[in-house]
Ligand binder design. Sequence first.
Ligand code: FCB
Length: 480
Amino acid sequence: MTTSPTGRRFPAEFEWGAATASYQIEGAADEGGRGPSIWDTFSATPGKVVDGHSGKVAADHYHRTAQDVAMMKDLGLHAYRFSLAWPRIQPTGSGAFNPEGLDFYSRLIDDLLAAGIDPVVTMYHWDLPQALEDAGGWPVRDTALRFADYARKVVETYADRVTVWTTLNEPWCSAYLGYGSGVHAPGRTDGAEALAAVHHLNLAHGLAGRAVREALGDASTLSLTLNLHVARPDDPESPADLNAVRKIDALANRAFLNPVLDGYYPADLLEDTAAVTDWSFVEDGDLEITHTGLDVLGVNYYATQRVRTFTFDHERAMADGHGASAASPWIAADDVEFLAQPGPTTAMGWNIDPSGMTELLVGLSRTYPGLPLMITENGAAFADTVTPDGRVHDEERVRYLHDHVEAVGAAMDAGADVRGYFVWSLMDNFEWAYGYHRRFGIVRIDYDTLERTWKDSAYWYRELLRTSTVPPVEGASELA
Ligand code: FCB
């Protein structure tokens, strides 16, 4: 049964696309002059990625770009969001640029344009050159300055063909999962470093944003992609639970939105985290640099969170053997508890709640009127199976996409200025710490043969793009 109405019509100029990221699909990790990234190192470290999987081969996109672009054209994509691998373009993150790496993306951009597909480029989707991590990584200011050089180079190289520039993908993950909880590369667990990384990522965005505007002037579309959190209180009447929401909103959302769109860090964030850091890494003039404003805000949405405040009983925790609590990405928020959500979940264990998409978009458009929004990622992992007819009948994914696209439409009805939607992901890929054990693609990758097979969701998406009208879930398998 379809959970929301069907048949909504989107404006003809609404931009429909699909998204990927370099380390997740390219493979060819040691080819073309690419240097090592933190994800090569992390995945080669036992116990960090399930089954020791890595992006060495991934979906082999590096060798199959022509075939993949042809597939995008068959799907009818208006736009393709992909990321540049910094270590492919500048192997050690400073100094010499690698012409082979620059050429690889240049050809990809040409192929896309020839196919009538807009290239939407992300400069950084987590593959930091290892040499920069060895020099201190994102907790160190110099990494932001190195990023500025890299950004200037790529913008100068591609500005004749690319106008939509996203600086960073989900700096929340880079900072808090990379340096806080350590479940992402480089795997450090230090709250003060995580917060320093937050600032240096914001600074990197600001410096790269200047490079984009200098090179492209009025023609530029400057963007930043955030995974904003929709945290809801367990008990909406409880001041303590509302305070938990406030804390998560500060760490996850306002820590990025405020410096970029308003030119400051929220006072409550500085206060909440005062025991961890004094924020002295924010230097005079930094907030003018971070304060770029945006031509469009990229929004990645998957699920919601339900939180409450609890009182940590230290004695009891020690007695239970849980004294040393696992590192958390939520710095200085040990009293916030994330509760299991009612309702269905995806294979990631993430709850399925399209209403959070509407709430997020409408909320943003009220806080930042006049700021165009773009869904730069939305999608779901499920345990897909190939049936004897060679097909993948991924009805759950079709339903997930259907309901979330409808939720985007509902936000537009309520006044949100949403310009486009990118499904995550074009194809199955390396899902970070989960390796190849989670499949998000609308196209299946057979990791033995590297064959690409359209899932029912791909046919359904093609129909949506062809008609600008949301097709029903039922019957998706007949659209092949
Ligand atoms: C986002 C990432 C993307 C992918 C999806 C599932 O956080 O940006 O690379 O892993 O989640």
